[in-house]
Design a protein around this ligand. Structure first.
Ligand code: 26Q
Length: 798
């Protein structure tokens, strides 16, 4: 878009005046933020209208990405950057004497997700708009995002994340006219209609109103604006009388109140099922209505529509689609089925089969009686087909949807779709060989890999402006549009001046993080230390505890020998633990107590510091990641489907310290063995243990003095205030046989850490490795990942 600074300043002042009735000096940062959002909304609205009109007129095929999580973080800077007016607005603000950073920081993170899955969905929204493919998101408009984490007395405390604040979501637009109804509970009877077809009659069902709120997804400097559609729940006017009490109304509002309600109770489970169905049904109804406006035949809907199922949470989609096509629009089962399979596709994000969603048949039948019947019908036909084709009972039993009174959602997504993909090469191989092997034999053609990616613009231009400036100086600004130009940095790997400059940029980012650490914890850290970072959800398989074991070893070494020759280390953690995940919360407590012990021990001479930065979220990631020297990606090989923070660290010049897991393998393939530090068992070694059942953590503990001493420190008072948590960890490692093989990988990890220390001593070498990582990181742009989805799975046109 074309805009001048003066015009912007005029627009801004006018809006502030008209909407808030004030002038700049009186306005609070929040008022300035709200005003700025309004101004830029005016700038992009015409593009948004055009986009919707063009897609309808040209009858383009559209992909709809259904996800229970979207984790965009803050939108202001990214919207400005993508509109091409970020610098201009900053200059305008400077002229108005407004502190842009302060205004920016008043925006609440949009945290409708808890980790990689949600961040990936948000990345895909950005990349769809940027690549220009017609792709829209469908999700839920949670009133509260992922909880806000406070650390009190070392423990995680969860507070509601009231992200609407007083302003609401400044980006969204309520689309009342697009509301639809969603039906739950009750009884359903099939009756013959006049044409002689069986049609369902519903009795005593609950009818809810689903209202969409659209959030614009602005492409990078290409005038494209796509939609992220978030559904909210309301009571339909004609049913108001059914909800006479505040409590009965609250129960409805609960449907979109929180992400992942506690599902330890039956009520919690039911609520989650309702959430998933509510979003899916509302989305699919609108999709069909919009398609039919084009006057095309319903049985050919797959030619204009793709529906993508992001993990199993929206996996009720094929059954609901069948219901709509057959019951509501009168299609024959067979043509509805063909259309459904061609429309649906599914991404798996986890290797653990326990994590694939299953629903109790009883519960499902109660909440969604008609969808339940349809699932039974799909299952019956599937079993009959396999029987006719002569498959073993084993295969049938493994792959069928309904068994042991449970509904296996992944099985439904696979059977009723045409594509199943994993999120990194290794992950997809493991799906084929292990988790989904029977399906792979049945449908080899459905399986494909789409390695994850990240929005490079957010992690360089927004999160690392100094780094971006340094890149400009070396290879010009073309990389800002075409990230593959970063490869050009490889020409400068031996240019001392360039290396020094990039080293300095990293030091500056470390300085910013050091100030934040000082402000939030009171401790000074030196930027001469190695900043060693592990930020991600807290989970046993991600092995934050292995990092802790190493820190304990360093601590004990330093206590024995305060003159130990080591480069000072600052270990930085950020992680939220799921509220009901006891083990993960214990690890948080232990990290905090260990940090307290270490940070207050002057005898360590500042060689060791540990920080757990509370409330890790996208905005904090933008501060932390560019400041990392070392990126900890230490999951047990085979367990991390892909990982995406590994890509962000790489792009901002950290050296990856990793196991051969997920996308770490592909990072290694890009940078080469000399520019990454790999340790630990590979997937084959891990599987060999499973096969032979020959792992005995207690033997390692008994026979290895170092391991013995480190593990004992959880229970012998070395770390204060962790009596029960220390015991829990001790038991997990020794009594319960160390499920994620920490003790077996321990020495290899320690050696890898020693290698890091040695490498860092050679400043030029380190800077060279770092630059190499930046240069090769373009491989992991989500723009390319989404182009592969668009071309190979959804068959979209730009
Ligand atoms: C399942 C059943 C019941 C309740 C909750 C869930 C549930 C909730 C969230 C299952 C999975 C999730 C989230 C998974 C997730 O974030 N996976 C990550 O996805 C990233 C993007 O593909 C990968 O990079 C990570 O490796 C993967 O862990």
């Amino acid at each position: 878009m074309t805009l001048t600074k003066d015009q912007f300043i005029r627009d801004f002042k006018d809006t502030l005046h008209e909407e808030q009735l004030i002038k700049v000096p009186q306005a609070t940062p929040a008022e300035l933020f709200a005003t700025l959002a309004k101004v830029i909304r005016k700038y992009y609205t015409p593009m948004w209208l055009d986009r919707n009109r063009n897609l309808t007129e040209n009858k383009e095929k559209i992909a709809y990405y259904f996800s229970i999580e979207f984790l965009p973080g803050r939108m202001l800077e990214t919207n400005l950057l993508n509109l091409g007016i970020l610098d201009l607005v900053k200059e305008g603000f400077a002229e108005l004497d407004i502190d842009f950073e302060e205004v920016k920081n008043t925006e609440h993170d949009m945290a409708l997700g808890n980790g990689g899955l949600g961040r990936l969905a948000a990345a895909f929204m950005d990349s769809l708009a940027t690549t220009g493919y017609p792709g829209f998101g469908n999700g839920l408009r949670y009133r509260y995002g992922l909880f806000k984490q406070k650390i009190i007395d070392g423990y995680q405390v969860e507070l509601p994340d009231d992200w609407f604040g007083t302003l609401g979501n400044v980006w969204e637009i309520r689309k009342d006219h697009d509301a639809v109804e969603v039906r739950l509970f009750g009884d359903v009877y099939l009756e013959m209609n006049e044409e002689g077809n069986l049609t369902p009659n519903y009795h005593n069902s609950q009818v809810l109103r689903a209202v969409p709120y659209d959030v614009p997804q602005i492409g990078f400097q290409n005038d494209v604006v796509n939609n992220l559609r978030l559904w909210d729940v309301e009571i339909p006017e004609e049913y108001e009388a059914d909800y006479p009490t505040v409590a009965s109304r609250r129960a409805i509002e609960d449907i979109t109140a929180i992400l992942y309600p506690d599902d330890s109770t039956l009520e919690g489970k039911q609520l989650r099922l309702i959430q998933e169905y509510f979003m899916t049904s509302a989305g699919l109804q609108t999709i069909i209505q919009n398609y039919l406006k084009q006057g095309l035949p319903l049985e050919a809907i797959y030619e204009k529509v793709s529906v993508h199922i992001n993990d199993t949470h929206p996996a009720v989609a094929p059954a609901e689609f069948m219901r709509l096509l057959v019951d509501e629009y009168g299609l024959e089962w067979d043509s509805a089925w063909t259309a459904t399979v061609k429309t649906m596709s599914y991404t798996n994000h986890t290797i653990l089969s326990e994590a694939l969603e299953k629903w109790d048949a009883e519960l499902f039948k109660k909440v969604l009686p008609r969808v339940y019947q349809i699932i039974l019908e799909i299952d019956n036909r599937f079993v009959a087909d396999l029987g006719r084709a002569g498959y073993d009972a084993d295969v049938v039993n493994y792959t069928r949807i309904v068994k042991d009174d449970q509904i296996h959602m992944a099985n439904l997504a696979i059977i009723a779709g045409h594509s199943v993909n994993g999120v990194a090469k290794l992950h997809t191989e493991l799906l084929k060989e292990d988790t989904l092997r029977s399906f792979y034999r049945l449908y080899p053609e459905k399986f494909n890999n789409k390695t994850n990616g990240i929005v490079q613009r957010r992690w360089t231009q927004i999160a690392a402006p100094e780094l971006s400036g340094a890149i400009d100086q070396v290879i010009g600004t073309g990389w800002r549009k075409d990230i593959h130009e970063l490869e050009g940095l490889t020409t400068y790997l031996d240019d001392k001046e360039v290396l020094d400059n990039f080293y300095q940029v990293k030091q500056d980012a470390k300085g910013r993080l050091a100030s934040y650490i000082k402000e939030t914890t009171g401790f000074d850290v030196s930027t001469d230390a190695i900043f060693d970072v592990q930020v991600k959800r807290l989970h046993a398989y991600k092995r934050q505890l292995l990092n802790v074991l190493h820190i304990i070893k360093l601590y004990l070494d330093l206590k024995d020998n305060p003159d130990k020759d080591m480069i000072p280390r600052v270990f930085i953690f950020g992680a939220k633990a799921a509220p009901g995940y006891h083990f993960a919360k214990s690890v948080i407590k232990i990290i905090n107590e260990l940090a307290k012990l270490i940070n207050n021990d002057d005898s360590l001479q500042g060689k060791l510091k540990v920080f757990f930065l509370e409330n890790y979220n996208v905005s904090l990631a933008e501060l932390i990641i560019p400041a990392a020297d070392v990126s900890e990606q230490i999951s047990l090989a085979s367990k991390e489907a892909s990982g995406t923070s590994n890509m962000k660290f790489m792009m901002t010049g950290a050296i990856t310290l990793a196991t051969l897991d997920g996308a770490n393998i592909e990072i290694k393939d890009e940078v080469g063995d000399d520019n990454i530090v790999i340790f630990g068992m590979d997937k084959d070694a891990v599987y060999a243990h499973y096969q032979a059942n020959d792992y005995h953590s207690r033997d390692l503990y008994e026979s290895d003095a170092t391991i013995h001493r480190v593990v004992d420190s959880f229970v012998n008072g070395t770390i204060p205030n962790i009596q029960s948590e220390g015991m829990e960890i001790y038991e997990a490692l020794i009594q319960h046989n160390d499920e994620y093989f920490l003790l077996e990988d321990f020495h290899s990890y320690v050696q890898a850490q020693e290698k890091v220390d040695a490498l860092y001593r050679d400043k030029d070498k380190w800077a060279r490795m770092s630059l190499n990582n930046i240069a090769k990181s373009h491989k992991f742009t989500s723009d390319d990942t989404i182009s592969q989805y668009a071309e190979e799975i959804w068959e979209l046109k730009k």
